[in-house]
Design a protein around this ligand. Sequence first.
Ligand code: FES
Length: 145
Amino acid sequence: MALYSEKVMDHFLHPRNVGKMEDADGVGEVGNAKCGDIMRMYIKVDPETQIITDVKFNTFGCGSAIATSSMATEMIKGKPIAQALELSNRAVVEALDGLPAQKIHCSVLAEQAVRTAIRDYFDRKGIPYGKELEDCGEGCGHCGD
Ligand code: FES
């Protein structure tokens, strides 16, 4: 069996929503504590509906980070913020038909970038949020992985 699924290869070779967004409503930059790779995610939000109308990302990361970020942007684009907050790295990995065990940590970068961009949006708008979105200061931003 190939190490990487066809979907992983497709999103790695043809990543969706790559780039910078000048007029983003929220920007999240996260670093992966395990490898030092970094990712920046931009979101545009409709203030009326709280729907994420556009997403872009840039990463200095490995192929798995690129593929998971690309898939994550596809999964949250056009979705309400509340739904995007429920996106887990496991759901992204499943949508990609899996990743090798030693690359699962790469998928955390995408999940955290989404959450950090949403937190930035909440901060800019003065929207309160719960403890689960607060930064623990560890750099990875996520426990349990
Ligand atoms: Fe760093 Fe994959 S090795 S994100």
